[in-house]
Design a protein around this ligand. Structure first.
Ligand code: 4AD
Ligand code: MG
Length: 465
């Protein structure tokens, strides 16, 4: 008999199925015994809720019933009936139960409810089977889908940029080397350095920190493109907001100036949050109940208010006048820390903030230089609880200014010659930004640690699963 997913029994109208025999398959969440019946809550991952299976002890062998424990997997065929119990529309009166895989209660690690998130990180191979991680990964899926839908609806093309890169120009962080050379006895140059001309690609290569530079090449031909792929940063920053491997969405648009770029970023974020509220309500309600009482109100707040747009220089003034004793000092030219970003968003403005026109010294070489000679047309979008969720800018399209900046920063021209050629031939004003996918999921799910919104987090000393 064909399996019916539990979402189709608990979420969608099933009147026509009531009184008929159906089959479900899934994992046992809990088992409760009363006098002549066993109540089994079964979850199949299709929805946060489990369905109640009622098994008459007289209809099943005792040996079989004994093996039905938390975590075991089974098939149940039975009669779908309206449930007398509160909070569930239907239940299943079991006629047949087949156990696929046992989960002995003396060794299965997910026995009780309420394990700490720290403990669950240590069993990342099993944590998808908890209600919490089921909810988070369904939301993650929905957000990835919404990203593609948004861009497709707006005429953007999905461009696949390389994961292995020969350029180290972005300067976004330390990189992971990709090499097939013998790590213990690498070939050496006469000067005693590793001879990468003998490596797989004939040069030094790394995992990419961003798809932007290649994304720009696409935008300068196709108009509007976006990338959505994994990016890698070997920084040793052990914080609740940094991963060594994270996913980034990077739209890049020809003929957009910084204002167009901000308008797009704001509309994009609002659209993603609306999508979550519309399509993930069960999971959001669960996470709100368990972890974050203000979650849904915060999501609605982002949709319903315009983002504040503020130059960096003004933000520094506000921080200096705040009377706050920040851990990291504030001065014009300082790279703002998460505590400063969160003060602006959560205390001062109480809504998302887009900061623009940062000092050029703390931003990447490709950002468009302002006439003041000191600042660049950067934009960072700051969110409540998260801090920076998006980083972007208008790009420098002027060949001479860009080359001058590259020389100032001592970036070898031979590494970026191909990028510079886009400014030699048919250059146009253009802009783009990068949204950290896990930071988005952190915000939408209300979780507090980025390790809990990606199935298999990569952080310093952590690549087990
Ligand atoms: O600000 P970032 O470094 O910008 C870029 O990489 C640009 N190339 C983007 C562009 O203009 N196309 O990173 C962009 C976003 C950040 O705002 C943050 O949300 C996220 O990526 N991010 C991280 N997320 C998790 N772990 C890390 N280590 C992250 N570093 C950046
Ligand atoms: Mg940034």
């Amino acid at each position: 008999m064909k399996r019916i997913k539990i979402v189709n029994l608990l979420k969608n109208p099933v009147d026509s199925l009531i009184g008929t025999t159906i089959t479900i398959k899934g994992w046992v969440r809990t088992r409760r015994d009363s006098k002549n019946v066993v109540f089994i809550a079964v979850n199949d991952g299709s929805i946060i809720h489990s369905i109640q299976v009622v098994a008459d002890t007289s209809s099943f062998e005792e040996a079989l019933l004994k093996e039905i424990t938390t975590g075991c997997s089974l098939r149940v065929t039975g009669n779908l009936t309206e449930s007398p119990a509160q909070g569930q529309p239907v239940e299943i009166q079991a006629k047949e139960i087949e156990i696929y895989g046992k989960a002995p209660s003396d060794s299965y690690p997910l026995q009780k409810k309420g394990h700490t998130l720290e403990f669950l990180r240590e069993i990342a191979h099993l944590r998808p089977r908890t209600n919490t991680f089921g909810a988070i990964f369904r939301i993650r899926h929905a957000m990835a889908f919404a990203v593609h839908q948004y861009f497709n609806d707006h005429g953007f093309y999905y461009l696949h940029t390389p994961i292995i890169t020969g350029s180290d120009a972005e300067g976004a962080g330390a990189m992971f080397r990709v090499s097939t050379l013998d790590a213990i006895n690498p070939p050496l140059t006469p000067e005693g350095k590793v001879d990468y001309t003998q490596d797989f690609f004939g040069k030094e290569t790394n995992l990419t920190v961003s798809g932007q530079l290649e994304g720009e090449l696409g935008a300068l031909a196709l108009g509007e493109i976006y990338t959505f792929g994994p990016t890698f940063r070997a920084e040793n920053s052990n914080t609740p907001r940094h991963l060594a491997e994270f996913w980034m969405i990077e739209p890049e648009m020809a003929f957009y100036d910084i204002i167009d770029n901000m308008d797009l970023a704001e509309d994009f974020l609002k659209s993603l949050v609306s999508y979550a509220l519309k399509h993930c309500s069960d999971d959001l309600e669960f996470l709100q109940k368990m972890y974050d009482k203000e979650l849904i109100a915060r999501l609605e707040g982002v949709i319903n208010n315009p983002f504040v747009r503020l130059p960096y220089t003004k933000a520094v003034e506000i921080l200096l006048n705040s009377g706050r004793d920040f851990e990291f000092p504030v001065f014009w030219g300082a790279d703002l820390q998460s505590e400063h970003e969160r003060y602006l968003v959560e205390q001062h403005f109480n809504c998302p903030v887009i900061l623009t026109d940062y000092p050029k010294e703390i931003k990447a070489f490709y950002m468009k230089q302002n006439a003041d000679g000191k600042t660049v047309r950067a934009m960072d979008v700051l969110f409540p609880r998260i801090g920076e969720i998006i980083g972007g800018s208008q790009r420098e399209e002027d060949y001479d200014l860009l080359v001058k900046r590259i020389h100032e920063l001592e970036i070898p021209e031979k590494d970026v010659w191909w990028y510079l050629e886009t400014r030699k031939f048919g250059s146009v004003p253009h802009s783009g930004f990068g949204l950290g996918f896990e930071r988005l999921i952190l915000f939408v799910s209300g979780m507090s640690n980025i390790r809990d919104v990606i199935p298999f987090p990569r952080t310093p000393n952590n690549a087990e699963f």
